[in-house]
Design a protein around this ligand. Sequence first.
Ligand code: NAD
Ligand code: IPM
Ligand code: MN
Length: 352
Amino acid sequence: GRNYDIAVIAGDGIGKEVVPEGQRVVEAAARRFGFSVDWKEHDWSCDYYARHGRMMPEDGVEQVRGSHAIFLGAVGWPNVPDHISTWDLILRLRRELNLYVALRPARLLKGITSPLAGRDAKDIDFVIVRENSEGEYSSAGGILYQGTPEELVIQESVFSRRATDRILRYAFELARTRRNKVSLATKSNGIKIAMPYWDERFAAVAAEYPDVEANKFHIDILTAHFVNHPDWFDVVVGSNLFGDILSDLGPAVAGSIGIAPSGNIDPTRTNPSMFEPVHGSAPDIAGQGIANPIGQIWAGAMMLEHLGELEAARAIETAIETVLSQGGPRTRDLGGSAGTIEAGKAIADALA
Ligand code: NAD
Ligand code: IPM
Ligand code: MN
């Protein structure tokens, strides 16, 4: 039968609470749809850092490279500066495995009420396609005249034609499978070199897709449109930082950051893609068993879709919506009082 080797990095905080629920639901899908999963767990995290002085072993990337996919929870804890915990683990995996697309759906599920009054499922269904390999996330730069009144910090952003064009093309291809519309997040009125460049590449790539409607918005007004006109959007493409910001805002208008999934995809399929919720380790609620597991569970569905288990992926999404719309257990961020495990079990049961 079909078997998948999945590397698991639960990470820190609520990552350790929601990952087992994601695994529970993927296991339930495996039983129902006749495949199996071998999980290989890695304890890479800020705890690991406390013991070893690094977030993962030197050959960590090699340890996961042979798997079919990576299932990640969340990384980050107050004992390690965030820029170290992320650059030494999550950003390292994204880059060294060439996971250059971050695919982040924002969809109002059945059974969830949007914080936007009067909006229902037909109004909020878009996907953020985030450039995931370069851009504003860069270690180029430095601090000059440190400790003097002239202290000066220079942080370079890096935009290659290769990475810009491939993410734009991915967005247009994706739009063809959806509602044929791509919106670019830009800021060419202020970011004088890089964002006019994005506009120019966007126009060039758009010309290859005359059947797809292409429009662009400066990132500032785009955030307002997400709130006031979420129905305008189908595929939204942007740089690493813009995509990061939009992919917390999108899920928030679709109900809760706790439900949002993310795929870090290598479209060439040379390396395993990595699936994780959009949210972080949530130190403010960690250890209480109240985190919403749906972001992790939905990420599990995206992982199965990527692996070709389309029926299983759809069934998980349906199970989430069934539980939510039939008054099943929901966590506090969605107005309920259920714990993480109860919410996860209900979805696994709905699937069985
Ligand atoms: P966060 O997403 O961890 O938390 C933001 C807020 O959302 C908190 O109030 C939290 O309680 C709430 N929240 C998040 N997920 C939830 C869930 N599943 N259920 C219910 N409520 C939820 O963002 P942050 O506070 O900016 O970051 C905390 C740490 O996580 C930092 O170390 C950061 O670097 C890290 N982080 C990691 C990832 C990742 O691993 N992919 C993503 C974002 C942040
Ligand atoms: C995300 C997170 C990460 C990012 C952090 C943890 C580096 O916010 O996955 O959205 O900014 O990419
Ligand atoms: Mn983010």
